[in-house]
Design a protein around this ligand. Structure first.
Ligand SMILES: *Cc1c(COP(=O)(O)O)cnc(C)c1O
Length: 375
């Protein structure tokens, strides 16, 4: 049996008629950048995420960049980010000349440890960017309280967490700005790059709208320097169709994850820990395999036709591009341990029960062999 990490062709087959019709509308109108389709998507996603405003942008990375620019983050500022995330979380900070200040993660959830966020805040901290890794929201309430006490804003990186909830509040309701990604493999994926900034603050929404068109409130008049962070109408058309299916797809992911939880409960595999007050949308189903055996497990699964992936193999502070910050192995022990142990198994709505069982059996058989192996 073959189990890919994701099957976008299966998803497309399911919504093809709707999606193709929506794309053809854009072709007929010949209006490709921003416009009505983008406006409509902004309203729909803001409503879905229970935020007042949505600002469609060119990618999740540009959503982060634009949100930081809206807060005027620049040289001399510090921005607190988790040591374990996709690169863009820290990259956006560095691109503006600000300093990413890394905090280690809670080993149970892989999200920023709020106690360490408290220690990382200084008078120079302009913002904190908690990441909702793998689809589980970070400790948003606690982080927000800490940040506000020090006068720092919170930008939530919810690129992996559209529709996730924390104490009944959705990603989009818990931060000054929440950044989404519509990269094709995300839970809501376009046919190319795309992203969105959600906010309840009209002033910030307006700033982001201005920054995404080179900082000009009026065309050709520029009070400040922005970028080209615009979302395409074709992406908006595709995303609006897929949004109509997202809740059902998310529930299917959650059922797959629950099945894995049951099947993998025996043996020495560490399954995801989800706080009872969180609704995880399982962008990934990530297990831990004791360091030193993880890569062998991945190869073994590959031989059985199962694509498992490592998100992410290097903690952010140890990326070569951040060498000048002077971090050393051992500085972020939990992020480093996670980088050595995590393995994400296929979890996507179109997966069948047979596939889920097949993957779980394969994982268990390796785990058993490992346990028997001497040393
Ligand atoms: C995907 C992702 C991003 C970046 O989104 P793009 O649309 O690929 O630019 C940022 N942060 C996290 C946590 C992500 O997973």
């Amino acid at each position: 049996m073959n189990v890919p990490i994701l099957d976008l062709r299966a998803q497309y087959a399911e919504v093809r008629a709707e999606v193709d019709a929506a794309i053809l509308e854009v072709c007929a109108a010949q209006r490709f950048i921003l416009g009505e389709k983008v406006d409509a998507l902004e309203r729909q996603i803001a409503e879905y995420s229970r935020a007042r405003f949505g600002v469609g942008v060119s990618s999740g990375t540009d959503a982060l960049l634009c949100a930081l620019m809206a807060l005027k983050v620049g040289p001399g500022d510090e921005v607190v980010v988790p040591a374990f995330s996709f690169f863009a979380t820290a990259g956006a900070v560095a691109r503006l000349g600000a300093r990413p200040v890394f905090v280690d993660i809670d080993p149970r959830t892989f999200n920023a440890d709020p106690r360490l966020v408290a220690d990382a805040l200084t008078p120079k901290t302009k913002a904190v960017i908690p990441v909702d890794l793998y689809g589980q929201m970070a400790e948003m309430g606690e982080i927000r309280r800490l940040a506000h006490r020090r006068g720092a804003a919170v930008i939530e990186d919810a690129a992996q967490a559209i529709g996730a909830e924390h104490h009944g509040r959705r990603a989009g309701q818990c931060a000054a700005m929440t950044c989404l990604s519509f990269f094709p493999t995300k839970n809501l994926g376009g046919f190319g790059d795309g992203g969105m900034i959600l906010t309840d603050d009209e002033r910030l929404a307006t700033r982001c709208r201005t920054l995404r068109v080179h900082g000009g409130e009026r065309e050709y008049f520029h009070a400040e320097v922005g970028g080209n962070f615009r979302l395409d109408a074709i992406q908006a058309a595709v995303l609006a169709v897929k949004l109509g299916h997202l809740e059902r797809w998310t529930e299917a992911r959650r059922r797959r994850a629950a099945r894995y939880d049951e099947l993998l409960a025996v043996g020495d595999v560490t399954t995801p820990f989800i706080h009872p007050y969180n609704r995880c949308v399982y962008h990934q189903y990530t297990i831990r395999v004791p360091a030193g055996r993880r890569d062998a497990m991945q190869e073994h699964l590959a031989r059985r036709g199962i694509a498992a992936r490592v998100y992410y193999p290097v903690p952010l502070p140890l990326q070569e591009c951040f060498a000048s910050l002077g971090h050393r192995p051992g500085d972020f022990p939990e992020a480093e341990r996670a980088a050595a142990e995590v393995l994400s198994l296929p979890v996507y709505p179109e997966m069948t029960d047979e596939m889920t069982t097949y993957v779980a059996d394969a994982v268990k058989s390796v785990a058993r062999d490992d346990a028997k192996a001497p040393g």
